[in-house]
Design a binder for this molecule. Sequence first.
Ligand code: AMP
Length: 120
Amino acid sequence: MTYDKNNIFAKILRGEIPCKKIYENDFVLSFHDVNPQRKIHALVVPKGSYIDLDDFIKNAKEKEIVEFFKAIPHVAKILKISNIDGGYRTLANIGSNGGQEVPHLHFHIFGGEKIGKMVS
Ligand code: AMP
């Protein structure tokens, strides 16, 4: 499976389409989901071209991996939904059975209210 350079998150990373940015550093970009499923629904994406978590863990440099996972609680802190503020849920969809629609690795962050059942 090859990375599709025209996926929507690749276009956001190239600045070709806008996003509601929450946080950015050399390794990651975080922005609000365009179709929020909870009161707060953010996405965290690596800047490198990785299809999903499998691709990322297999091919990314350790620094990219560390910075990516550090960014998730950092974004939660920015959004004031860390554990001390009530907490949040994070999830990643991988492949068709996982329900992945955009073929660029992303973690969802849900918060701001009770998130509810783990899987529906
Ligand atoms: P997934 O099913 O895990 O691939 O999730 C893809 C997510 O990307 C969905 O929650 C969409 O609402 C979200 N999404 C699609 N296009 C955009 C966009 N232009 N800006 C922000 N979020 C988007």
